[in-house]
Design a protein around this ligand. Structure first.
Ligand code: SF4
Ligand code: SF4
Ligand code: SF4
Length: 201
């Protein structure tokens, strides 16, 4: 990374830290200041991401599938204005365009085999768990990471899944649950951080 890039990266971090301090001073809760386990675009899985990203919005603007959204307060103040994956709007085809336009190296060369962006997990509203009548995620997965167990319940192959989000994007379970007020899908992508926390609990 060039010295100019690292200097603007530091500026981005300082701005975030400054904003966090100001919000603390105004009485905001610590939970809003902590960074939530969001999913970054490919190449943003490095621990140094937050200190490098200058919130320039170039990655979101160029993404052809609209899977990149901008972090809001619900994601924690440190993630404000940073790029987060939102599979309700799209999925990732690993075109690398976001990596190419990133001016600071916050998004770097990506290998789904060594560092997936996230991993898919079934939720309790998966239609197949109750009716065995939906195979949409299995049919749509471009990486053959979903098979059907006996009874036609989807099973995710952790080694093959790279968090592309095609399955979450296509899952229709939220429509069938709309009357309950839930907006969850039957399969969701979790960040690697969230998965680790889940495994340790
Ligand atoms: S790799 Fe392509 S599709 Fe995936 S987030 Fe980046 S720009 Fe979007
Ligand atoms: S292009 Fe890079 S620096 Fe700009 S918002 Fe995206 S990740 Fe951050
Ligand atoms: S995120 Fe879903 S569609 Fe993508 S590889 Fe994993 S299981 Fe397949």
């Amino acid at each position: 990374m060039s010295s100019q890039s690292s200097s603007i990266g530091r500026r981005g971090l300082l701005l975030s830290v400054g904003a966090s301090g100001a919000l603390f001073a105004l009485g905001w809760g610590a939970s809003k200041v902590e960074s939530a386990p969001v999913i970054r675009p490919p190449g943003g899985q490095d621990n140094n991401f937050l200190s490098r990203c200058i919130r320039c919005d170039r990655c979101r603007s160029i993404c052809p599938t609209n899977v990149i959204s901008i972090g809001g307060l619900a994601d924690g103040v440190l993630n404000l204005r940073t790029p987060v994956m939102n599979y309700r709007y799209g999925s990732c085809d690993f075109c690398d365009k976001c990596i190419e336009v990133c001016p600071t190296g916050a998004l770097t060369a990506y290998s789904g085999e060594t560092t997936p962006v996230g991993k898919a997990r079934l939720t309790d509203i998966c239609i197949a768990l109750r009716t065995r009548a939906c195979t949409k995620c299995k049919e749509a997965c471009p990486y053959d990471a979903i098979s059907l167990a006996e009874g036609k319940v989807p099973v995710i192959d952790n080694d093959k899944c790279n968090g592309c989000g095609v399955c979450e994007n296509i899952c229709p379970a939220n429509v069938l649950q709309a009357y309950t007020g839930r907006n969850q899908r039957g399969i969701e992508i979790l960040s690697l951080e969230a998965l680790k926390a889940q495994e340790q609990s």
